[in-house]
Design a protein around this ligand. Structure first.
Ligand code: ATP
Ligand code: MG
Length: 336
């Protein structure tokens, strides 16, 4: 990915050449780059997938990106969030029902599977599926056929199924709440999205990405970035996005639009305990690395990717700047 020419050194990072984005997902940490490489391969195939990860880690975004990168793009992408559906109606939501199937079913209705015909269905919070409804889904996946609730005719199914959960589904199986055979069917391909705490080095890139998406010309003060890198992020990327959106709404519409640590409104209570177990050096290294990356990205984008100019403005030796850019895997063209 990096097009920085350097006559002297080879990249130290074995993942340096792996892309740092997949669809709308960005990330430069090792687990995310590994994930992006897997997702690219999965998208090209037509297998189903199970995505595990805490709330706000980007599970739905992964499903969307897989669909968009697959041969099914252009066909429907249907989201079915089982946490938002009354339990007794989950089966009808997924498979539809015929008229008179149950009290209140006064007309026939298509389910999510029928709506997704030819495309992809994203079943969110799959652990909410009651044991009584699980055999129907298993049959749909195994025989590739679905039948509406109350109906008698099976229809062929041409849908890719991507399921997600913020629980550990294998644990749900052990606890007897989820059928083992269905679990194995869904988890032919299983990926886990790491929490934001496990990949703090992604924060500067995510911040750039989210600020860009929000539009406007706001920038983040280095101390504010340091604060973001230190935060505990129980709500993961969604929480980061909310914090940035809120800060942006507090900025003056004109003039210098710089987000200060105070504007972030992160209370100290939400901050993680100082990672003392990590040791002073490692903790400092982490914050400094994140700060360095954000500073260099800004420098380079202000210089419109012109390294010579960036070196002059940043008062850095050009060779040294090249080395730093490569260390952070910053693409010279885009300035990231
Ligand atoms: N790697 C990423 N790069 C860019 N944006 C991301 C990334 N991960 C998550 N987001 C953004 O964070 C927000 C939350 O993502 P998403 O809705 O996919 O999470 P989720 O895992 O489905 O959460 P939940 O379990 O609460 O439903 C979205 O606005 C999404 O665009
Ligand atoms: Mg979701």
């Amino acid at each position: 990915m990096s097009n920085i020419e350097s006559p002297t050194e080879k990249p130290l990072d074995p993942l340096a050449s792996e892309p740092s984005r997949f669809g709308d997902l960005v990330g430069t940490s090792a687990p995310m780059k590994e994930l992006f490489a897997i997702l690219a391969r999965v998208a090209a195939s037509d297998v189903g997938m199970l995505i595990e990860g805490e709330t706000g880690t980007g599970k739905e975004l992964v499903a969307e990106a897989i669909h968009a990168a697959s041969a099914r793009k252009g066909k429907p992408f249907v989201v079915c969030d089982l946490a938002g559906v009354t339990r007794s109606l989950i089966e009808s939501e997924l498979f539809g029902h015929v008229r008179g199937a149950f009290t209140g079913a006064d007309r026939e209705r298509d389910g999510a599977f029928a709506q997704a015909a030819g495309g992809t269905i994203f079943i969110d919070e799959i652990a909410e599926l009651e044991p009584s409804a699980q055999p129907r889904l298993l049959r749909a996946l195994e025989r590739r056929q679905v039948k509406p609730v109350g109906g008698s005719v099976y229809r062929d199914l041409d849908v890719r199924v991507i399921a997600a959960t913020n629980r550990d589904l294998a644990e749900e199986v052990k606890a007897g709440r989820f059928r083992e055979d269905l679990f194995h069917r869904l988890a032919v391909m299983k990926v886990r999205l790491p929490s934001l705490r496990e990949r703090r080095e992604d924060i500067p890139l995510l911040v750039d990405h989210l600020l860009q998406r929000a539009g406007g010309n706001a920038k983040l003060a280095p101390e504010a970035l340091a604060r973001l890198v230190e935060h505990g992020w129980p709500g993961n990327v969604r929480e980061l996005k909310n914090v940035l959106d809120r800060s942006l709404s507090l900025l003056p519409p004109e003039g210098e639009r710089v987000i200060t640590p105070e504007l972030l409104g992160l209370s100290d209570a939400a901050a993680p305990p100082a990672p003392v177990d990590e040791g002073f050096r490692a903790a400092k290294e982490r914050v400094v690395t994140a700060w360095e990356r954000a500073w260099l990205s800004r420098l380079l984008s202000d210089a419109r990717g012109n390294v010579t100019r960036a070196a002059r403005v940043g008062r850095l030796d050009r060779v040294h700047l090249y080395r730093l850019l490569r260390k952070h895997n910053i693409d010279v063209r885009g300035g990231q």
